[in-house]
Design a protein around this ligand. Structure first.
Ligand code: NAP
Length: 247
């Protein structure tokens, strides 16, 4: 598998799924910019792991819910690593509660990071990709954006929004050699799912045909494929990585 040329920017690369994506793309030869919001120690740990394996990486603090910081993330990555060939919009948060209790701030916060952030980074990264007529954008959605989920109206709306955004941008840039796809994970073992009550986890498990929770590496393998030269004719697609939870 050969990645498209250029550096890879991964938002939310300090932990969980983003960390696995950064390590996978670096292993396949891309210089990698690891975006993070607060956890500089963990972001630097990912850089160290990539460098120890012979790869090239930098960590860049940028809150993607802020348009200027999204712009700065791409600019700083270009300064450090050269043209951006791959953007993975992975940064995400959840603030779960039933809609009757959901506060406007919790709605806005989740939309701002999960959906607005993808737009802010994409609009800047696309400029260079369009000029070079080459690029890969992968947006991390969720099975919840397809099926909905009680207690996650804000998160589901953001992830459904990501899917509509993906398909629209894919149509706008397809003739420029750029693909835009979404990966929709199911239940993946990360910090985001760590604190869920045991009974909810057990209930999920009964509904996953593969009989296990997913790993960040299950997701990073799918992302890497979509970032490859071989995936040139796949665009506007939503690839579920759910062990069969979504079919
Ligand atoms: P995680 O372990 O909680 O990691 C979240 C990452 O996003 C961290 O690197 C965090 O940076 C970063 N981040 C959060 N807010 C940010 C902001 N405003 N600006 C920049 N970076 C920010 O989450 P995860 O489980 O790996 O999830 C990664 C993505 O997959 C998310 O989009 C999530 O919605 C999606 N997803 C996850 C699952 C699952 O089961 N885990 C399922 C479906 C979809 P800091 O370390 O600095 O806080």
């Amino acid at each position: 598998m050969v990645l498209v040329p250029g550096a890879a920017v991964i938002t939310g690369g300090s932990r969980g799924i983003g960390r696995a994506i950064a390590i996978k793309l670096a292993k396949l030869g891309a210089p990698v910019a690891i975006g993070y919001a607060r956890n500089s120690v963990q972001a630097q740990e990912v850089v160290a792991a990539i460098e120890a394996a012979g790869g090239k990486a930098v960590a860049i603090q940028a809150d993607v819910s802020n348009p200027q910081e999204g712009e700065r993330l791409i600019a700083k990555s270009e300064d450090a690593l050269g043209p951006v060939g791959i953007l993975v919009n992975n940064a995400g948060i959840n603030r779960d509660t039933l809609v009757l209790r959901l506060k406007p701030e919790e709605w806005r916060e989740v939309l701002a990071t999960n959906l607005d952030g993808a737009f802010y980074c994409t609009r800047i990264a696309l400029k260079g990709m369009v000029k070079r007529r080459s690029g890969r954008i992968v947006n991390i959605a969720s099975v919840v954006g397809i099926h909905g989920n009680a207690g996650q109206a804000n998160y589901a709306a953001a992830k459904a929004g990501i899917i509509g955004f993906t398909k629209s941008v894919a149509q706008e840039v397809a003739r420029r050699g750029i693909t835009v796809n979404a990966v929709a994970p199911g239940f993946i073992t990360t910090d985001m799912t760590a604190n869920l009550p045991e009974d909810i986890k057990a209930d999920y498990l009964t509904r996953i045909p593969s009989g296990r929770f997913g790993t960040p590496e299950d997701v990073s393998a799918a992302v890497a494929f979509l970032c490859s030269q071989e995936a040139a004719y796949i665009t506007g697609h939503v690839l579920t990585v759910t062990g069969g939870l979504a079919m």
